[in-house]
Design a protein around this ligand. Sequence first.
Ligand code: UDP
Ligand code: MG
Length: 149
Amino acid sequence: METTLVLLKPDCVAGRKVGEVIRRFEEADFQIRGCKMFTLGGELLKEHYGHLVEKSFFPELAAFMQSTPVVALALAGDHAVERVRVLIGPTDSKKADKGTVRGDFGVDVMVNIVHASDSNENAALELKRFFAPGELFDYAMRYTTTPAS
Ligand code: UDP
Ligand code: MG
């Protein structure tokens, strides 16, 4: 079992795809251990996209990421880091297969619906970045979810 960090980006939130994208993660057997909505502050964004701060597109990326609140999810499951990356598809939405989150809903290489951690090391850092210890939950199924009729 691993936990990975997902951000539902402004095009997901403003485009009302939050429910559909979370549905896909739950359908794929991931459990939500944490969930919160907030606007990304400039410092947090620079930390999160530290590997891109020097790129010419960073100001545009920052404006996009701060254009609406985002939703952060902590998702737990078997090989969560790799499997979530497979579910969302490659960075460039135009190159992403249909059936992947980015392939179905993303626009281009920047406006691509979701962020997901790309390694176990980064998942640990990113979970810490976006969730305080008390905001991550461990729980088990104790009631049946099969409707009576
Ligand atoms: N991005 C961009 N232009 C690029 C590469 C990346 O606008 O040429 C944005 C895009 O939103 C991407 C994010 O920066 O999701 C982080 O880039 P990274 O290479 O880490 O891709 P990811 O891990 O999100 O697939
Ligand atoms: Mg990345």
